[in-house]
Design a binder for this molecule. Structure first.
Ligand code: HEM
Length: 392
Protein backbone atom coordinates (compact mmCIF):
# COMPACT_ATOMS: atom_id res chain seq x y z
CA UNK A 1 0.00 0.00 0.00
CA UNK A 2 1.47 3.40 -0.97
CA UNK A 3 0.62 6.32 1.29
CA UNK A 4 1.74 9.90 1.38
CA UNK A 5 2.18 10.74 5.05
CA UNK A 6 2.47 14.52 4.92
CA UNK A 7 5.04 14.99 2.18
CA UNK A 8 6.76 11.63 2.81
CA UNK A 9 6.05 8.77 0.37
CA UNK A 10 5.51 5.65 2.50
CA UNK A 11 4.96 2.04 1.51
CA UNK A 12 3.19 -0.16 4.07
CA UNK A 13 4.04 -3.83 3.68
CA UNK A 14 1.46 -6.29 5.02
CA UNK A 15 2.21 -9.62 3.35
CA UNK A 16 5.05 -12.12 3.84
CA UNK A 17 5.89 -11.92 0.12
CA UNK A 18 6.36 -8.15 0.23
CA UNK A 19 8.26 -8.43 3.54
CA UNK A 20 10.60 -10.97 1.94
CA UNK A 21 11.23 -8.59 -0.98
CA UNK A 22 12.06 -5.75 1.43
CA UNK A 23 14.11 -7.65 4.01
CA UNK A 24 15.76 -10.36 1.92
CA UNK A 25 15.63 -9.84 -1.87
CA UNK A 26 16.30 -6.08 -1.68
CA UNK A 27 17.58 -5.86 1.90
CA UNK A 28 20.76 -4.16 0.72
CA UNK A 29 18.68 -1.36 -0.86
CA UNK A 30 16.04 -1.09 1.90
CA UNK A 31 18.19 -1.15 5.00
CA UNK A 32 18.54 2.51 5.80
CA UNK A 33 16.47 4.37 8.39
CA UNK A 34 14.58 7.58 7.58
CA UNK A 35 15.84 10.87 9.02
CA UNK A 36 13.65 11.83 11.97
CA UNK A 37 14.32 14.85 14.20
CA UNK A 38 13.40 13.17 17.52
CA UNK A 39 15.82 10.23 17.23
CA UNK A 40 18.40 12.53 15.61
CA UNK A 41 18.54 14.78 18.68
CA UNK A 42 18.43 12.00 21.28
CA UNK A 43 21.08 9.91 19.53
CA UNK A 44 23.70 12.64 19.03
CA UNK A 45 23.05 12.83 15.27
CA UNK A 46 22.43 9.09 14.80
CA UNK A 47 25.41 7.72 16.72
CA UNK A 48 23.25 4.85 18.00
CA UNK A 49 22.40 1.71 16.01
CA UNK A 50 18.63 1.52 15.81
CA UNK A 51 17.91 4.89 14.17
CA UNK A 52 21.13 5.45 12.25
CA UNK A 53 21.16 5.31 8.45
CA UNK A 54 23.06 2.25 7.27
CA UNK A 55 26.80 2.74 6.87
CA UNK A 56 30.19 2.02 8.45
CA UNK A 57 29.07 3.23 11.88
CA UNK A 58 26.08 0.85 12.05
CA UNK A 59 28.14 -2.05 10.70
CA UNK A 60 30.87 -1.50 13.31
CA UNK A 61 28.42 -1.03 16.15
CA UNK A 62 26.40 -4.11 15.23
CA UNK A 63 29.60 -6.16 15.05
CA UNK A 64 30.70 -4.89 18.46
CA UNK A 65 27.27 -5.42 19.93
CA UNK A 66 26.96 -9.01 18.74
CA UNK A 67 30.56 -9.90 19.64
CA UNK A 68 30.36 -8.31 23.05
CA UNK A 69 27.08 -10.02 23.88
CA UNK A 70 28.50 -13.37 22.84
CA UNK A 71 31.86 -13.36 24.61
CA UNK A 72 32.03 -15.70 27.59
CA UNK A 73 32.71 -12.98 30.14
CA UNK A 74 29.57 -11.11 29.11
CA UNK A 75 27.42 -14.26 28.88
CA UNK A 76 28.48 -15.13 32.46
CA UNK A 77 27.81 -11.58 33.66
CA UNK A 78 24.38 -11.68 32.01
CA UNK A 79 23.56 -14.95 33.76
CA UNK A 80 24.68 -13.67 37.14
CA UNK A 81 22.53 -10.59 36.67
CA UNK A 82 19.56 -12.65 35.41
CA UNK A 83 19.72 -14.96 38.43
CA UNK A 84 20.01 -12.09 40.91
CA UNK A 85 17.12 -10.16 39.36
CA UNK A 86 14.84 -13.18 39.05
CA UNK A 87 15.56 -14.14 42.68
CA UNK A 88 14.58 -10.63 43.67
CA UNK A 89 11.37 -10.87 41.63
CA UNK A 90 10.39 -14.18 43.19
CA UNK A 91 11.18 -12.85 46.66
CA UNK A 92 9.09 -9.70 46.14
CA UNK A 93 6.13 -11.62 44.74
CA UNK A 94 6.34 -14.22 47.50
CA UNK A 95 6.42 -11.48 50.12
CA UNK A 96 3.23 -9.99 48.64
CA UNK A 97 1.44 -13.29 49.42
CA UNK A 98 -2.24 -13.27 48.41
CA UNK A 99 -2.33 -9.46 48.12
CA UNK A 100 -2.85 -8.05 44.62
CA UNK A 101 0.38 -7.05 42.90
CA UNK A 102 0.91 -4.62 39.99
CA UNK A 103 2.85 -7.14 37.96
CA UNK A 104 3.99 -4.78 35.24
CA UNK A 105 6.14 -2.73 37.64
CA UNK A 106 7.86 -5.84 38.96
CA UNK A 107 8.56 -7.26 35.49
CA UNK A 108 9.87 -3.96 34.09
CA UNK A 109 12.15 -3.70 37.10
CA UNK A 110 13.44 -7.28 36.57
CA UNK A 111 14.14 -6.97 32.84
CA UNK A 112 15.55 -3.52 33.30
CA UNK A 113 17.81 -4.79 36.09
CA UNK A 114 19.18 -7.55 33.86
CA UNK A 115 19.81 -5.47 30.76
CA UNK A 116 20.89 -2.41 32.76
CA UNK A 117 23.58 -4.30 34.67
CA UNK A 118 24.96 -5.92 31.52
CA UNK A 119 25.08 -2.58 29.73
CA UNK A 120 26.00 -0.10 32.46
CA UNK A 121 27.72 -2.33 35.02
CA UNK A 122 27.32 -2.68 38.76
CA UNK A 123 26.49 1.03 39.12
CA UNK A 124 23.07 0.07 37.79
CA UNK A 125 22.28 -1.76 41.00
CA UNK A 126 22.08 1.48 42.97
CA UNK A 127 18.53 2.64 43.55
CA UNK A 128 19.35 6.31 42.84
CA UNK A 129 20.88 5.51 39.44
CA UNK A 130 17.99 3.26 38.51
CA UNK A 131 15.24 5.71 39.43
CA UNK A 132 16.95 8.44 37.44
CA UNK A 133 17.39 6.17 34.45
CA UNK A 134 13.84 4.77 34.48
CA UNK A 135 12.22 8.18 34.60
CA UNK A 136 14.40 9.35 31.68
CA UNK A 137 13.75 6.18 29.75
CA UNK A 138 9.99 6.67 30.08
CA UNK A 139 10.23 10.29 29.00
CA UNK A 140 12.44 9.45 26.01
CA UNK A 141 10.21 6.54 24.90
CA UNK A 142 7.14 8.70 25.25
CA UNK A 143 8.70 11.39 23.13
CA UNK A 144 9.92 9.00 20.43
CA UNK A 145 6.43 7.52 20.19
CA UNK A 146 4.65 10.89 20.00
CA UNK A 147 3.65 12.85 16.90
CA UNK A 148 6.24 15.13 15.33
CA UNK A 149 5.18 17.32 12.40
CA UNK A 150 8.73 17.31 11.03
CA UNK A 151 8.59 13.52 10.61
CA UNK A 152 5.93 14.02 7.96
CA UNK A 153 6.82 17.53 6.72
CA UNK A 154 10.63 17.52 6.78
CA UNK A 155 10.87 21.24 6.01
CA UNK A 156 10.61 24.66 7.67
CA UNK A 157 6.84 24.34 8.13
CA UNK A 158 7.25 21.04 10.03
CA UNK A 159 10.01 22.52 12.20
CA UNK A 160 7.89 25.59 12.95
CA UNK A 161 4.91 23.46 14.04
CA UNK A 162 7.13 21.39 16.35
CA UNK A 163 8.58 24.57 17.78
CA UNK A 164 5.12 26.12 18.35
CA UNK A 165 3.72 22.98 20.00
CA UNK A 166 6.65 22.89 22.42
CA UNK A 167 8.01 19.61 21.06
CA UNK A 168 11.43 21.06 20.26
CA UNK A 169 11.79 22.46 23.80
CA UNK A 170 10.70 19.14 25.30
CA UNK A 171 13.15 17.24 23.12
CA UNK A 172 15.97 19.57 24.18
CA UNK A 173 15.09 19.13 27.84
CA UNK A 174 15.12 15.33 27.56
CA UNK A 175 18.35 15.42 25.58
CA UNK A 176 20.08 17.53 28.25
CA UNK A 177 19.00 15.10 30.98
CA UNK A 178 20.22 12.12 28.96
CA UNK A 179 23.46 13.87 28.17
CA UNK A 180 24.18 14.65 31.82
CA UNK A 181 23.27 11.08 32.73
CA UNK A 182 25.63 9.54 30.17
CA UNK A 183 28.38 11.93 31.29
CA UNK A 184 27.96 10.64 34.83
CA UNK A 185 28.05 7.00 33.64
CA UNK A 186 31.22 7.60 31.65
CA UNK A 187 32.92 9.52 34.47
CA UNK A 188 32.12 6.62 36.72
CA UNK A 189 33.65 4.18 34.24
CA UNK A 190 36.77 6.25 33.74
CA UNK A 191 37.37 6.83 37.44
CA UNK A 192 40.27 4.53 38.43
CA UNK A 193 39.43 4.79 42.13
CA UNK A 194 35.95 3.39 41.55
CA UNK A 195 36.86 0.77 38.97
CA UNK A 196 39.41 -1.95 39.09
CA UNK A 197 39.77 -3.93 35.90
CA UNK A 198 38.81 -7.31 37.21
CA UNK A 199 35.94 -9.51 36.21
CA UNK A 200 32.56 -8.91 37.75
CA UNK A 201 32.73 -5.16 38.21
CA UNK A 202 31.83 -2.30 35.88
CA UNK A 203 34.90 -2.81 33.69
CA UNK A 204 33.33 -5.87 32.14
CA UNK A 205 30.19 -4.09 30.96
CA UNK A 206 29.27 -2.89 27.50
CA UNK A 207 29.71 0.81 28.19
CA UNK A 208 33.35 0.09 28.96
CA UNK A 209 33.74 -1.77 25.67
CA UNK A 210 32.17 1.14 23.82
CA UNK A 211 34.32 3.71 25.56
CA UNK A 212 37.36 1.72 24.49
CA UNK A 213 36.10 1.51 20.92
CA UNK A 214 34.69 4.97 20.41
CA UNK A 215 36.24 7.00 23.22
CA UNK A 216 32.85 8.61 23.35
CA UNK A 217 29.45 8.43 24.92
CA UNK A 218 26.90 8.43 22.18
CA UNK A 219 25.99 4.78 21.99
CA UNK A 220 24.86 3.81 25.46
CA UNK A 221 21.26 4.51 24.51
CA UNK A 222 21.45 1.75 21.90
CA UNK A 223 20.16 -0.69 24.50
CA UNK A 224 17.25 1.10 26.02
CA UNK A 225 14.83 -0.08 23.32
CA UNK A 226 15.29 -3.65 24.58
CA UNK A 227 13.88 -3.06 28.06
CA UNK A 228 10.25 -2.16 27.47
CA UNK A 229 9.83 -4.58 24.57
CA UNK A 230 11.00 -7.54 26.68
CA UNK A 231 9.02 -6.56 29.78
CA UNK A 232 5.80 -6.05 27.88
CA UNK A 233 6.09 -9.48 26.27
CA UNK A 234 6.65 -11.22 29.62
CA UNK A 235 3.51 -9.53 30.98
CA UNK A 236 1.53 -10.57 27.87
CA UNK A 237 2.74 -14.17 28.22
CA UNK A 238 1.72 -14.29 31.88
CA UNK A 239 -1.60 -12.66 31.14
CA UNK A 240 -2.37 -15.15 28.33
CA UNK A 241 -1.41 -18.14 30.48
CA UNK A 242 -3.57 -16.96 33.36
CA UNK A 243 -6.47 -16.72 30.92
CA UNK A 244 -5.66 -20.18 29.53
CA UNK A 245 -5.24 -22.43 32.59
CA UNK A 246 -4.80 -25.56 30.47
CA UNK A 247 -1.77 -24.04 28.76
CA UNK A 248 -0.43 -22.82 32.10
CA UNK A 249 -0.76 -26.26 33.66
CA UNK A 250 1.12 -27.92 30.81
CA UNK A 251 3.93 -25.40 31.11
CA UNK A 252 4.12 -25.87 34.88
CA UNK A 253 4.11 -29.67 34.54
CA UNK A 254 6.92 -29.51 32.01
CA UNK A 255 9.02 -27.20 34.17
CA UNK A 256 8.48 -29.28 37.30
CA UNK A 257 9.37 -32.48 35.42
CA UNK A 258 12.68 -30.92 34.42
CA UNK A 259 13.68 -29.21 37.66
CA UNK A 260 12.38 -31.87 40.05
CA UNK A 261 12.58 -30.67 43.66
CA UNK A 262 14.87 -27.71 42.94
CA UNK A 263 13.76 -24.32 44.25
CA UNK A 264 14.99 -22.45 41.23
CA UNK A 265 15.24 -23.19 37.53
CA UNK A 266 18.92 -23.19 36.57
CA UNK A 267 20.46 -21.78 33.42
CA UNK A 268 21.00 -25.27 31.97
CA UNK A 269 17.32 -26.16 32.37
CA UNK A 270 16.01 -23.40 30.13
CA UNK A 271 16.80 -25.09 26.81
CA UNK A 272 14.63 -28.08 27.82
CA UNK A 273 11.32 -26.19 28.13
CA UNK A 274 9.67 -26.93 24.79
CA UNK A 275 6.18 -25.83 25.87
CA UNK A 276 7.38 -22.62 27.44
CA UNK A 277 9.19 -21.80 24.20
CA UNK A 278 5.94 -22.34 22.30
CA UNK A 279 4.16 -19.97 24.69
CA UNK A 280 6.82 -17.33 24.07
CA UNK A 281 6.44 -17.81 20.30
CA UNK A 282 2.66 -17.57 20.42
CA UNK A 283 2.90 -14.44 22.57
CA UNK A 284 5.21 -12.83 20.03
CA UNK A 285 2.84 -13.85 17.23
CA UNK A 286 -0.21 -12.30 18.86
CA UNK A 287 1.46 -9.36 20.60
CA UNK A 288 4.61 -8.29 18.75
CA UNK A 289 5.83 -5.37 20.88
CA UNK A 290 7.07 -3.39 17.86
CA UNK A 291 3.98 -3.89 15.72
CA UNK A 292 5.45 -1.94 12.78
CA UNK A 293 9.10 -2.94 13.48
CA UNK A 294 11.36 0.09 12.93
CA UNK A 295 10.91 2.13 9.73
CA UNK A 296 13.28 1.57 6.83
CA UNK A 297 14.13 3.68 3.81
CA UNK A 298 15.07 2.71 0.27
CA UNK A 299 18.44 3.94 -0.98
CA UNK A 300 17.63 3.17 -4.62
CA UNK A 301 14.62 2.10 -6.70
CA UNK A 302 13.45 -1.44 -5.92
CA UNK A 303 10.68 -3.70 -7.11
CA UNK A 304 8.41 -5.01 -4.38
CA UNK A 305 5.94 -7.71 -5.43
CA UNK A 306 5.83 -6.23 -8.95
CA UNK A 307 5.58 -2.55 -7.96
CA UNK A 308 8.43 -0.08 -8.51
CA UNK A 309 9.29 1.79 -5.34
CA UNK A 310 11.57 4.83 -5.81
CA UNK A 311 14.65 5.71 -3.77
CA UNK A 312 14.10 7.60 -0.48
CA UNK A 313 10.71 5.98 0.17
CA UNK A 314 9.90 5.12 3.77
CA UNK A 315 8.96 1.47 4.28
CA UNK A 316 6.87 0.29 7.18
CA UNK A 317 6.49 -3.46 7.72
CA UNK A 318 3.24 -4.26 9.51
CA UNK A 319 4.44 -7.35 11.41
CA UNK A 320 1.35 -7.38 13.58
CA UNK A 321 -1.04 -7.59 10.59
CA UNK A 322 1.01 -10.38 9.01
CA UNK A 323 1.22 -12.54 12.14
CA UNK A 324 -2.53 -12.14 12.64
CA UNK A 325 -3.55 -12.75 9.03
CA UNK A 326 -6.29 -15.43 8.85
CA UNK A 327 -5.06 -16.43 5.35
CA UNK A 328 -1.77 -17.49 6.91
CA UNK A 329 -2.69 -18.50 10.48
CA UNK A 330 -5.60 -20.72 11.49
CA UNK A 331 -7.77 -18.92 14.07
CA UNK A 332 -5.22 -16.15 14.57
CA UNK A 333 -7.24 -14.53 17.38
CA UNK A 334 -6.89 -17.67 19.47
CA UNK A 335 -3.96 -18.05 21.88
CA UNK A 336 -2.83 -21.51 20.89
CA UNK A 337 0.88 -22.27 21.51
CA UNK A 338 0.31 -25.83 20.25
CA UNK A 339 0.12 -24.53 16.71
CA UNK A 340 3.93 -24.64 16.89
CA UNK A 341 4.14 -28.33 17.89
CA UNK A 342 4.51 -29.55 14.34
CA UNK A 343 5.77 -26.36 12.80
CA UNK A 344 9.31 -25.12 12.45
CA UNK A 345 8.18 -21.51 12.01
CA UNK A 346 10.40 -19.33 14.15
CA UNK A 347 11.05 -15.66 14.81
CA UNK A 348 14.71 -15.79 13.78
CA UNK A 349 14.15 -13.67 10.67
CA UNK A 350 13.82 -16.49 8.14
CA UNK A 351 10.02 -16.81 8.25
CA UNK A 352 8.35 -13.70 6.89
CA UNK A 353 4.93 -14.59 8.27
CA UNK A 354 6.35 -14.15 11.80
CA UNK A 355 9.08 -11.59 12.50
CA UNK A 356 8.77 -9.72 15.79
CA UNK A 357 12.54 -9.06 15.67
CA UNK A 358 12.63 -8.00 12.02
CA UNK A 359 14.92 -9.64 9.50
CA UNK A 360 17.93 -9.08 7.27
CA UNK A 361 20.79 -6.67 7.96
CA UNK A 362 18.83 -4.70 10.55
CA UNK A 363 17.43 -7.69 12.48
CA UNK A 364 17.41 -7.10 16.24
CA UNK A 365 20.87 -7.94 17.59
CA UNK A 366 19.44 -8.33 21.12
CA UNK A 367 17.09 -11.18 20.14
CA UNK A 368 18.94 -14.04 21.89
CA UNK A 369 19.43 -12.03 25.04
CA UNK A 370 15.80 -10.90 25.11
CA UNK A 371 14.45 -14.42 24.63
CA UNK A 372 16.71 -15.94 27.32
CA UNK A 373 15.70 -13.20 29.78
CA UNK A 374 12.05 -13.85 29.08
CA UNK A 375 12.21 -17.64 29.27
CA UNK A 376 14.22 -17.60 32.48
CA UNK A 377 11.90 -15.07 34.15
CA UNK A 378 8.75 -16.93 33.10
CA UNK A 379 10.12 -20.35 34.07
CA UNK A 380 11.07 -19.28 37.58
CA UNK A 381 7.88 -17.40 38.13
CA UNK A 382 5.83 -20.48 37.30
CA UNK A 383 7.79 -23.05 39.28
CA UNK A 384 7.77 -21.13 42.49
CA UNK A 385 4.69 -18.99 42.58
CA UNK A 386 0.97 -19.37 42.18
CA UNK A 387 -0.21 -15.88 43.23
CA UNK A 388 -2.85 -13.67 41.64
CA UNK A 389 -1.65 -10.57 39.89
CA UNK A 390 -3.01 -7.33 38.56
CA UNK A 391 -1.91 -6.87 34.97
CA UNK A 392 -0.88 -3.33 34.23
C1 HEM B 1 11.18 -8.71 23.13
C2 HEM B 1 12.25 -8.00 22.94
C3 HEM B 1 12.65 -7.29 21.68
C4 HEM B 1 11.97 -7.13 20.49
C5 HEM B 1 10.60 -7.66 20.11
C6 HEM B 1 12.83 -6.37 19.61
C7 HEM B 1 12.50 -6.02 18.30
C8 HEM B 1 13.31 -5.29 17.47
C9 HEM B 1 12.96 -4.93 16.10
C10 HEM B 1 11.67 -5.28 15.39
C11 HEM B 1 14.00 -4.23 15.59
C12 HEM B 1 14.07 -3.64 14.17
C13 HEM B 1 14.47 -4.74 13.19
C14 HEM B 1 14.43 -4.36 11.72
O1 HEM B 1 14.46 -3.17 11.40
O2 HEM B 1 14.36 -5.29 10.87
C15 HEM B 1 15.01 -4.12 16.63
C16 HEM B 1 16.21 -3.49 16.49
C17 HEM B 1 17.14 -3.38 17.50
N1 HEM B 1 17.09 -3.96 18.75
FE1 HEM B 1 15.62 -5.09 19.50
N2 HEM B 1 14.01 -6.07 20.27
C18 HEM B 1 13.95 -6.63 21.52
C19 HEM B 1 14.94 -6.62 22.49
C20 HEM B 1 16.16 -6.02 22.34
C21 HEM B 1 17.21 -6.05 23.35
C22 HEM B 1 17.13 -6.79 24.69
C23 HEM B 1 18.22 -5.29 22.87
C24 HEM B 1 19.54 -4.96 23.48
C25 HEM B 1 20.11 -5.56 24.48
C26 HEM B 1 17.82 -4.81 21.54
C27 HEM B 1 18.59 -4.01 20.72
C28 HEM B 1 18.23 -3.63 19.44
C29 HEM B 1 19.06 -2.79 18.58
C30 HEM B 1 20.43 -2.21 18.93
C31 HEM B 1 18.37 -2.64 17.37
C32 HEM B 1 18.79 -1.85 16.12
C33 HEM B 1 19.38 -2.77 15.06
C34 HEM B 1 19.65 -2.02 13.74
O3 HEM B 1 18.96 -1.07 13.43
O4 HEM B 1 20.56 -2.44 13.00
N3 HEM B 1 16.57 -5.28 21.28
N4 HEM B 1 14.57 -4.79 17.76
Amino acid sequence: MLLRLGSVPTVVVSSPEAARDVMRTHDVHCFSRPAMPGPRRLTYEYKDVAFAPYGDHVREMRKLFILELLIMRRVQAAWASREAQVDKLVENLTRAGPNPVALNDHIVSTVDGIIGTVVFGEIYGTEHFKMQFLSMLNEAMDMLGSFSAEDFFPNTAGRLIDWLTGLVARRDRIFKRLDAFFDAVIDQHLNPTLNKPDEGNCRSDLVQAMIELWKDKESADTFVCGINTSAVTVVWAMSEMIQHPRVLKRVQDEIRAVVGGKQRVSRDDVSKFKRLKMVVKETFRMHPPLTLLLPRETIQQVNITGYDVPANTRIIVNAWAISGDPHIWKDPEEFNPERFVRSNTDFNGTHFEFMPFGSGRRICPGMAMAVTNMEFTLANRYTVLTGNYLMG
